[in-house]
Structure formats: structure tokens, C-alpha cells
Design a protein around this ligand. Structure first.
Ligand SMILES: Cc1cc2nc3c(=O)[nH]c(=O)nc-3n(C[C@H](O)[C@H](O)[C@H](O)COP(=O)(O)OP(=O)(O)OC[C@H]3O[C@@H](n4cnc5c(N)ncnc54)[C@H](O)[C@@H]3O)c2cc1C
Length: 494
């Protein structure tokens, strides 16, 4: 009889304890994972463990010390102010400033024969990059490539049809304009991207940058160690680095999480935050039981390719302070000759890898570092290219395009992003794929739906930028998603 009461007491106590303070494992310590963990801690849910595969927190936020300054290998800008949670968290802390990178900054456009494109024409070309409203008018179900070509042909191409010289430039500029759009979409090709999407931009400055500390300050703000270190949430001992999750068994009462070093942990809930690149590649080995059909369909409808940053240091600064960006327009003839002129490194369709750098962007004045954006499906190869080829290639490119107007000096150091070949990321940011649009269906929202165990409890929850129906592909989208899933658990306890 005594034993019966003891068992009953233990059962009642353990379910009471679970209801009061459940155990939560968060997979991934990127913006979403840290936002989830800090939201739980702030709400007195302290039995929290964050498992992170890398040896650092931040995920796709990766601010790195480089040649006397801080550079962003991953996220760089706070895109907008109103309705942007990152802006709201930081606006009073004096850590953000304008980058002066307006749309028209990209209109400083040089051709491969070394001449600058006339301002009116360059501005018309750059304006097509940002004609999002017009792409949205395209009929549903077409690719961004198709919608864009319609806007381009009926707009800028028609406008200059009576000027043979300028029309040649407009035709040649097609590659530059498409490549510049790819930076925003994060896809390898515009043919994969849906022309209509559910993304909602935030008003205000679209390209705010971080002052000296870099984007990593956002993580400190979430953990409350900034501005006052004494306010820091008790999170340090809850984050376990170098812990790669290999299996999540989720349909029983407790979720079992296994790591690559043979550790097994149990929890009431798991919040899974890794990128959809990881999910697409590993979902069948990661989840037991496998993810249901609806989850796989949502994953199929979302794309995850990549862009790349080639970060270059120059011993001597050769550009002007107000050169916020410089863009490159290859003539058709020079493209076809590009592998003869610079034979090193990969090529595609007889065109050198070097042709896929649409723009060069300044980071801040008085810092001898520029970022070359790289786009297209050669990225996985370029991420592995030896530094000396990257340096020689970029130095050749800048002299070819800019050598007539600038006293271009050689870059001596390079830092390259490697997000596509990173097994814990496998790309950069998500996009909506063409061919999957159904009216009023948000595949990102479907991805965010929690999975319930055999007792009907929501045990496996999903966060991360791609689970955000309107702010996917951004840091603020990731932070919102982490908070959303933490709040879901808090709600379950009420
Ligand atoms: C080059 C680049 C530029 C960008 N620019 C901007 C920008 O200017 N502005 C903007 O708002 N956004 C930008 N983004 C997008 C932004 O960085 C992301 O949307 C956001 O940081 C994603 O956060 P997350 O927490 O969803 O995912 P992640 O940051 O990817 O975090 C997931 C974490 O899970 C870990 N993980 C993966 N697998 C496992 C496993 N099996 N076990 C344990 N841990 C695992 C990963 O290591 C990672 O730390 C950029 C991204 C890139 C790559």
C-alpha cells in the first residue's frame, strides 16, 4: 500500500514538475536558438539546454576580426526599422548606423573595357534591380527570371532602342542586373525563384550596419550581457558547443536527442533551429519517426542555395570615401574571352568564374577592406578555391574594369565565406521556389507547425529564419521565430 502511494506521489510530482518547468532542448545557437533560449529563461523556464554543432554561437551571424576591423562573414545589414525586431532591440543602444548604401550607389557601373556607364543609363539599369512591385504584377506561377525579363524588355531595353551604343550596353547589362538580384534572393538562378512571394519588408533604412562591435552584439543584447554585463541571463552553462545532434526520437512521452559523441539527452520539448539546408540534407537520418509528408512538401517548396562574400584587404586604399559600391558590367565579347585572359579557377559555358561578381561594396570609411559579392552555382567550387587564385583573380578584375579611373593596388589578404560547403548550414538564406505557389498557402508557416507525439502533445517545434512566413531569410525573421516557439511552450503551460 505504501509503495502504491509512493509511486502515485512520484507520478503526480513528476507531472506537476513537468507542467511547472518543462525541460527544453534547443538545437542550434544561431539567432533563433539564442532568442528561444533567452525567452524561456526570462519566463522562468530554466531547464534549458542549447546544443550547438560549431565551436561558437551565432550561426549565420559571424562577425570576425580582420585586418584591424570587424567584418561580417554572414549577416551584415539590419533591413528596415518599423516592424523589425532587431531594430527595435537595438535602436536605443547606439550600435547601428547608416551604411549610405542606397539603391543608386550600385549605379557606379564600369564596363569591362574600363569605361564608366553614363549616370542616367546606369540609374535606369539599377532601378530594374529594385522593381519588386512590377515583378509582383507578373502572373502567378512564373519564375522571377520570366517576370524580370518582361520588366527589362518592356522598360529599359525599349527606352534605349533608338540609341545603338546604349542598347548594346543594356543588352550586355542583363547579366549584371540578374546577378545583382541574386544577391538579394540567395538563389543560384532566378529561374528557381517565384516571382510572387509572401515576404514583407520593414520600412526605414534598408541597410543599417553595425558600428565597431559587429552583428554579434545582437547576441549579447538577447542574452542581456550588453549594455550591462551584470544583467546577463544565466545562459553560459546551458549552451553546449561542439555538440552535433544526430538523431531526435520524438513520438514518445519524452523526446530523446542523440549527439555525435554518443551522448543521449531527454526533454519534454525540442526546438529545432538549423537551416533548411541541413533539414533537406539530413531529415531522414535526423528524425525518428521520419518527418511527415506535409513537412517534406513545405521543405520542397522552399529553396536554399547561396551567395558568397570575398572579403579583401588592400595595403593602400585606392577608392574614394563616397564609392559606397562599384559594379561590373561585362561586354559579351569580353565574357567569351574571359578564360583566355584569366585561365585559373573554374569556368562555366566557357566563361570564367570571375564574371560572377556583380558588385564591390565598401564597409566603412578609413578601413582598407572591400567586399566582393559572388553569385551563382559555381559557389561551392569557389568556396574551396585557394586564396592565391582568389586574390589574383580579383586583382586582375579590378584593374581591368577600374584601372583607367583609379590607381588600383593589389589586395594582399582575403577572407572568404564558406556557407554552402558548411555541413551545418549548406547555404545562405531561404527563398520561395517557383511552381509551388498555392493561393494563401505559406510553406514557411507549414514548416513552423509543431509535431505532436503519440500523447497528442506538441513536442518537436521548429524555428529558424525559414519558418517565418513574412520575414524569412533575415536575422529579424530568425529572432522572431525563436521567440515564437519559446512562447508556444510558455502558452502550453498555462
Ligand atoms: C552571407 C550571408 C549574408 C546575410 N546577410 C543578411 C543581412 O544582411 N541581413 C539579414 O537580416 N540577414 C542576413 N542573412 C541571413 C541571416 O544571417 C539568417 O537568416 C539568420 O542568421 C539565420 O539564423 P537561424 O538561427 O535561423 O539559423 P542559423 O544561424 O543557421 O543557426 C542554426 C544553428 O544550428 C547549428 N546546427 C546545424 N546543424 C546542427 C546539428 N545537427 N546539431 C547542432 N547544431 C546544429 C548551426 O551550426 C547554427 O549555429 C545573411 C546570411 C548569410 C549567410
Amino acid at each position: 500500500m505504501q509503495l502504491f502511494y509512493l509511486v502515485l506521489f512520484l507520478k503526480v510530482y513528476s507531472s506537476f514538475a513537468a507542467a511547472e518547468s518543462p525541460s527544453v532542448i534547443i538545437v542550434g545557437a544561431g539567432a533563433a536558438g539564442i532568442a528561444a533560449a533567452t525567452t524561456l529563461l526570462e519566463n522562468s523556464i530554466t531547464n534549458v539546454t542549447v546544443l550547438e554543432a560549431k565551436n561558437r554561437i551565432g550561426g549565420r551571424i559571424h562577425s570576425v576580426d580582420f585586418c584591424g576591423g570587424v567584418v561580417e562573414v554572414g549577416a551584415q545589414y539590419c533591413h528596415g526599422e518599423n516592424g523589425n525586431l532587431v531594430y527595435q532591440l537595438l535602436e536605443k543602444l547606439d550600435v547601428l548606423e547608416s551604411s549610405n548604401l542606397s539603391k543608386l550607389a550600385f549605379a557606379k557601373l564600369y564596363t569591362s573595357n574600363g569605361h564608366v556607364v553614363a549616370t542616367d543609363l546606369a540609374e535606369d539599369l539599377v532601378n530594374t534591380i529594385f522593381s519588386y512591385d512590377e515583378y509582383l504584377n507578373a502572373s502567378s506561377g512564373v519564375s522571377l527570371q520570366q517576370a524580370f525579363l518582361e520588366v527589362y524588355n518592356s522598360g529599359v531595353l525599349k527606352k534605349y532602342s533608338h540609341d545603338e551604343q546604349k542598347q548594346k550596353i543594356v543588352k550586355d547589362a542583363l547579366k549584371f542586373v540578374k546577378d545583382a538580384i541574386l544577391i538579394y534572393e540567395g538563389a543560384f538562378s532566378l529561374e528557381k525563384v517565384a516571382s510572387r512571394n509572401h515576404f514583407v519588408g520593414s520600412d526605414g533604412d534598408q541597410n543599417l550596419v553595425f558600428k565597431n562591435q559587429g552583428y554579434r552584439i545582437l547576441l549579447d543584447v538577447l542574452m542581456k550581457s550588453y549594455p550591462n554585463p551584470n544583467d546577463k541571463l544565466p545562459i553560459d552553462d546551458k549552451i553546449l558547443l561542439n555538440k552535433t545532434v544526430t538523431k531526435i526520437t520524438w513520438n514518445k512521452s519524452k523526446v530523446v536527442v542523440e549527439t555525435s559523441d554518443n551522448v543521449s539527452l531527454i526533454a519534454d520539448h525540442v526546438i529545432f533551429t538549423p537551416s533548411i539546408g541541413v533539414l533537406k540534407e539530413q531529415m531522414d537520418s535526423l528524425f525518428d519517426p521520419h518527418l511527415p509528408k506535409q513537412k517534406k512538401e513545405a521543405l520542397d517548396a522552399l529553396g536554399f542555395d547561396g551567395v558568397m562574400k570575398i572579403i579583401l584587404h588592400f595595403p593602400t586604399k585606392w577608392w574614394k570615401d563616397d564609392d559606397y559600391a562599384i559594379s561590373f558590367l561585362w561586354s559579351k565579347e569580353d565574357l567569351l574571352n574571359s578564360t583566355n585572359e584569366f585561365p585559373d579557377g573554374p569556368s562555366k559555358d566557357g566563361i570564367s568564374w570571375l564574371a560572377n561578381i556583380p558588385s564591390l561594396v565598401q564597409i566603412r570609411p578609413n578601413y582598407n577592406v572591400l567586399i566582393a559579392w559572388y553569385v551563382g552555382d559555381l559557389i561551392p567550387e569557389i568556396e574551396k578555391l585557394p586564396d592565391d587564385i582568389l586574390l589574383r583573380g580579383c586583382n586582375y578584375l579590378f584593374k581591368k574594369f577600374l584601372g583607367k579611373d583609379y590607381n588600383v593596388t593589389d589586395a594582399d589578404k582575403v577572407l572568404k565565406s564558406q556557407w554552402c560547403t558548411d555541413p551545418h548550414v549548406r547555404g545562405t538564406y531561404s527563398f520561395e521556389k517557383v511552381g509551388y505557389s498555392k493561393d494563401n498557402v505559406s510553406h514557411n508557416a507549414k514548416l513552423a507547425e509543431p509535431l505532436v507525439n503519440e500523447e497528442g502533445r506538441s513536442v518537436l517545434l521548429f524555428a529558424g529564419e525559414a519558418t517565418n512566413p513574412i520575414h524569412y531569410s533575415t536575422v529579424h525573421g530568425a529572432v522572431e521565430s525563436g521567440k515564437r516557439e519559446a512562447e508556444r511552450i510558455i502558452e502550453l503551460l498555462k
